[in-house]
Design a protein around this ligand. Structure first.
Ligand code: AMP
Ligand code: MG
Length: 411
């Protein structure tokens, strides 16, 4: 066990190699999901002009102080103001203006009465009847009421949500400075691997890892260069690494071929064309996690078994993507849950596939299936990883454990 390094040490040594990527300016339509590289301030008052929040009639309150059901006030409708009107004539006292939602309030008007609150029985003759005095400011969104010009609206480092992009659009930003997305080249390795869609021959299995990896990477905001499957042949493995360099990735990630098997050529090729910093971590599943560099490009070698590759990605790869994107480190939002069944592991820091249930405001956790590191079904059913610390080989039902909910991995 001597050459196994701890999960934390592996994470720290990997992260230390990376720095945030530079900023680039992108069209606003491409900004969603990217990380803002500049503080952003309101370029104008919001709303930019006084406007109506309802379809209705703009009025002078002073004309209507005596309005009542018994004695409605009749006002001539002097103008019609659709949304988008640029030059709005002032509202003369003793008149009303028909106004649409979002249209500029005419100078002089100090309230809008919604359409549903007026009597339109004389509208064809040019009059509107009002039977209740409005209050000053009713249904008028005044200039700057949401945000005065100059207010800081978004901070550098924020991952842009659709709402944020909408906010930027509302202030007229056509392009914005964001951290350029990290680029990750991925490939699988193994003679047994086949692309889904082809007919399996005896001894073959479909490649699952590239699909797990590219999904995780894209979700985390990285660009993926998918280089396919490398044969168990040092020349083909080398060719895949060299193809990766053409894309100038921040990182090359492969799966399988870094263990102690006779055909594990990935490690061999890295040792010849770069350096292995470490290749065994005290984690279950997925002890054979290799890290180093191919020529000058950092390299992460994940285990071959799909569940191990997934767990290794969550723990070692996603933090790198966050760092490259200039996002703050994810404090893995560990929660405490009560074990609903006995569990066992082998003393490595273990990330078991589990389901969490909330019962009477307490969290209860049980395994989502058998814990084989090739069992993607149990992983797919899992809503959390159940974490056993290094050195713990079994825990009885009722114990308190840490869990990491999978629907919260990137927030
Ligand atoms: P290895 O690291 O090459 O010894 O692979 C460990 C196990 O993972 C073997 O059972 C492989 O068949 C399996 N494996 C490797 N790569 C993949 C992959 N891309 N998709 C699914 N299973 C894989
Ligand atoms: Mg293999």
């Amino acid at each position: 066990m001597d050459d196994l390094i701890s999960v934390r040490e592996a994470q720290e040594r990997i992260l230390a190699v990376f720095t945030p990527r530079p900023a680039v300016t992108v069209p606003l339509a491409e900004a969603y999901g990217k990380v803002l590289a500049q503080d952003v301030a309101a370029t104008q008052d919001m709303p930019p002009f006084d406007n109506s929040s309802m379809d209705g009639f703009a009025v002078h309150c002073a004309d209507l102080s005596a309005a009542s059901r018994e004695h409605p006030v009749s006002l001539p409708v002097a103008q019609d103001i659709p949304a988008g009107t640029g030059d709005v004539a002032p509202l003369r006292p003793g008149t009303a203006a028909r106004i649409m939602t979002g249209a500029p309030v005419p100078p002089g008007a100090d309230a809008v009465i919604p359409l549903e609150d007026v009597d339109l029985s004389r509208y064809s003759e040019g009059f509107v009847l009002i039977s209740r005095p409005p209050r000053t400011g009713d249904y008028i969104r005044t200039r700057g009421q949401d945000l005065p010009k100059g207010t800081f609206i978004l901070q550098a480092g924020k991952k842009l949500t659709p709402q944020d992009v909408g906010l930027l659009a509302s202030f007229g930003y056509a392009q914005i400075s964001v951290i350029s997305p990290p680029r990750v080249a991925i490939f699988s390795s193994g003679n047994e691997l086949l692309e889904p869609g082809s007919q399996l021959q005896p001894g073959q299995i479909y490649d699952a890892n590239r699909f797990v990896l590219s999904g995780l990477l894209r979700e985390a905001g990285a660009e993926v260069v998918d280089l396919g499957i490398a044969r168990d042949d040092p020349r083909d493995v080398l060719a895949h690494f060299q193809a990766a360099l053409d894309h100038q990735p921040d990182l090359i990630v492969s799966s399988a071929g870094v263990s102690v098997g006779a055909f594990d050529y990935v490690r061999e090729v890295i040792e010849q064309h770069g350096r292995i910093a470490f290749w065994r971590v005290n984690i279950r599943p997925g002890k054979p996690v290799a890290f180093g560099n191919f020529e000058t490009v950092p390299f992460l070698g994940l285990p071959g078994n799909p569940v191990s590759a997934y767990v290794g990605s969550l723990i070692f790869l996603l933090p790198v993507i966050r760092k490259l994107r200039g996002e703050p480190p994810l404090r893995h939002r560990l929660e405490t849950a009560t074990l609903a069944e006995d569990v066992e592991s082998d003393g490595r820091e273990s990330y078991l596939r589990a389901r969490v249930e909330e019962i009477d405001s307490g969290l209860f956790v049980s395994l989502s299936g058998h814990q084989g590191s090739a069992n993607l079904f149990a992983l797919s059913k899992a809503s959390a990883l159940l974490i056993l610390p290094s050195g713990v080989k079994s825990l009885p039902a009722g114990s308190k454990v840490n869990i990491w909910r999978l629907d919260r991995i990137s927030s």
